[in-house]
Design a protein around this ligand. Sequence first.
Ligand code: SF4
Length: 461
Amino acid sequence: MNSTTLDNAFNKELVRKYNRPGPRYTSYPTAPHFRKGLDPKPLLNALNDEHSRNRPLSLYLHLPFCESNCWFCGCTKIITSDRSRADGYLDYLEKEIELLKGQLDMQREVVQLHLGGGTPTFFSAEQFRRLDKILKSNFQFAADSENGVEIDPRRLKQEQIETLAEMGFNRASLGVQDNNPEVQEAIHRIQPRQMTEQTLEWLRAAGFKSVNIDLIYGLPLQTVDSFEQTVEEVLALRPDRFALFSYAHVPWIKPTQKIFDVRNVLPDDETKLSILERASAQLMEAGYAYIGMDHFALESDALVEAQRKGELQRNFQGYSTRGGVDICALGMSSISQTHSTYRQNEKDLKAYMRRIDEGELPIAGGYILTEDDLVRRETIMRLMCDLQLDFSQLSERLGINFSNYFEDAIAALQPMADDGLVDIFEDRLEVTPSGRFLLRNLAMPFDAYLKQQAARYSKTV
Ligand code: SF4
């Protein structure tokens, strides 16, 4: 299936029908199932087990600081204008790496590095150079390591981009969300269009290979027309990828979002659906393939190629082209992943620092996957990445009889098959172009934990 077959695949009626709370499956089980206070020993032992010890590493660093609070934001961040806090944070990252050395084979090759936040570009060029020294003196980077950074165009200086390029960064993801000045005021994030354009110019001049732009639909005061205008403007910049996220309204988790209810400024569900319908059509008409789960990419992009080859992966950073890696995450709240475990650092900065000061790795909890979890994780991830499940291939790989193991899940998909979201055959199932917009719903029958947790999640669209 190629992207052209997706034209007009967005079926508003079906999206409306299936728009219910569900996880995004950047992990399985999802983070609410991680256990606080879990004994860290087995989590650390897993770093050296038969599955993990020879795998390359994907390094993730959580850099939590932001200068101001965007009211829609669901990230774990710390709002401050004191730039020197980044120096103190670097001290702790360095100490965390020292503590990790006793547990992790530091000779394992790093094939991927990602700086997320918060706002990684809160760090100055000089602070980035110090970070570079810390990383390069402790980890072994592959020559072709894929290095990505999340960028906030506001308050950005060209020097920071040039420094990141010198450090080997070649992929960038830009937060834009919406270009409309009224929407920007309503979400407390003023970012004139020229700032985004300038950032793109700097990134390209510095030799960045791939640029992603993040947009969010469902934000306060958005209309179909206003967002159409935003999409038109950012399309003119021709980034390699787009992420078109649904605004997740979860004021019971993120109290700042309550302001949108008080001001009564959120578009209704119907408007939100129409915005998504129009924006998806615009992106696809402009030649972007729909990967699935909010992600679009140019046909020439590595994500599209990886999907065609069945090599696409999904993890905490979204979709990725590198499989067979362990995620080694550093910094407060970050989540590491081995073949059979998830390990989360303390979410609170003070607790993170205190644990390190006490000479301990700042592990707050985690999860050890059961055999059943491993089977379900692989199934859900293959569905979300390959958009199909080959029952005999999976039976062989997972050591089960797939059709029997998932008899109930496959039966639960039948109503969605009747609605044209998935084609179910004797030996496989295939997501249809309309089904790509409802991947979470198609994955949910394979999730053994969902019944207990549904109320915690935002709607799928
Ligand atoms: S959207 Fe980005 S810049 Fe804004 S508060 Fe969230 S993490 Fe910080």
